[in-house]
Design a protein around this ligand. Structure first.
Ligand code: PLP
Ligand code: COI
Length: 356
């Protein structure tokens, strides 16, 4: 099969839609799955004919390499519906490119752009009734690729599966978000896989995050693995810090995920004439700003989390509260980005993609 041409997608529709069982007014995040999924297998060195089938269990050989060596990468995206019923995506090409960056790092086959984009569009056309319309909710989309090839030899698998599943979802965080600045564990290291959306990156965060939760925090802010001096990112979000009137975020590196929300926020902030600095920020600078009153805001930015304001942080057994401001940058930037995503405002950046 020529991988540059559009795939023919075989579609099998469900005979038993679950949509009437769903309470669209009270959606959790990522728990409810829609009726269909897109599936494409990689074998004999090429991607096979993709299909859309009713959402269902899959069966795998227990020696599949995903179970033993964790060859798995994923993306997180959202589909939005505007008040006229138009279905929209936000910068989907960036997710398509990033899944391939992740796949390459884990010695997995890259996906042709057409398989990702056309699979996504065909699936969304079928699942458009699953896109929630109440404020703050959307259809969370999870494209993922994992090793189905089997055998215990610790080497890349020769077979993989690419699936796109959809989950009508509400907010990722609820309530106040207090974070702990990590001083012992590391999420990633130089030369590692931190920049990839690899499943194992998240597994490695669970234990330190559990410890933080036991202490009353909801998330860990990762610091550099060398001396824990620099602020890096949170479990599922990039981090922004406002000191005085300047918005600061760390540069991406091979330890940090190059977030699509992050780079959009940087552009929107500049467009709003907010002074933005992309530079390394030390924990010391953050603590000093909290102590001398110049620390105004901290927030996380990500597809699932959108823009999530942080109410306080813990560092070396001491808690620092952030002020409760009116007219925050977080609220202003969240309005700008969600107005673009939900088609409520002009998209001067050309980020919105309408699914016709
Ligand atoms: N950092 C990590 C570790 C993430 O998992 C995510 C979520 O995807 C982000 C940052 C934010 O990235 P994006 O804005 O592309 O969703
Ligand atoms: C996303 O924001 O889409 C992510 O992938 C984060 C995820 C771990 C919930």
């Amino acid at each position: 099969m020529d991988i540059d041409v559009s795939p023919t997608i075989k579609i099998e529709k469900t005979k038993h839609s679950k949509i009437n069982e769903v309470d669209f007014d009270n959606l959790p995040f990522g728990q409810v799955l829609s009726d269909h999924m897109f599936v494409c297998d990689f074998k004999n060195g090429e991607w096979q004919q993709p299909k859309i089938i009713p959402y269902q269990n899959i069966s795998l050989d227990p020696s599949s390499k995903i179970f033993h060596y964790g060859q798995s990468v994923f993306e997180g995206m959202k589909a939005y519906k505007d008040t006229h019923g138009k279905v929209l995506l936000f910068r989907p090409i960036d997710n398509q490119k990033r899944i391939n960056i992740s796949a390459k790092r884990l010695a997995m086959p890259e996906l042709p752009e057409a398989y990702f984009m056309e699979g996504l569009k065909a699936l969304l056309k079928l699942e458009s009734d699953w896109i929630p319309t109440i404020d703050g909710s959307s259809l969370y989309i999870r494209p993922f690729v994992f090793a189905t090839g089997n055998g215990f030899h610790a080497s890349p698998a020769n077979e993989y599966k690419f699936i796109i599943a959809c989950s009508p979802s509400g907010a990722y965080f609820s309530g106040k978000l207090k974070v702990l600045i990590e001083q012992k564990y590391s999420r990633s290291a130089n030369g590692g896989v931190g920049f990839a959306k690899a499943g194992g990156n998240y597994a490695g965060q669970f234990y330190p995050t559990q410890l933080a939760v036991e202490k009353g925090y909801q998330q860990v802010i990762w610091t550099d693995d060398h001396k824990h001096e620099y602020i890096e990112e949170a479990g599922a979000m990039n981090i922004f810090i406002r000191i005085g009137d300047t918005l600061i975020t760390g540069p991406t590196s091979d330890r940090i995920l190059d977030g699509i929300t992050r780079k959009s926020i940087i552009e929107i902030a500049k467009d709003e004439n907010i002074k933005v600095e992309v530079r390394k920020i030390t924990v010391r600078e953050l603590v000093e700003a909290a102590e001398n009153g110049t620390l105004k805001e901290m927030f996380g930015a990500g597809t699932a989390a959108v823009i999530s304001p942080i109410s306080g942080f813990g560092y070396q057994d001491k808690d620092y509260d952030l002020p409760e401001l009116e007219n925050t940058y977080a609220a202003r930037l969240k309005k700008r980005i969600t107005d673009i995503q939900y088609n409520r405002a002009e998209d001067k950046f050309g980020w919105r993609v309408i699914i016709e």
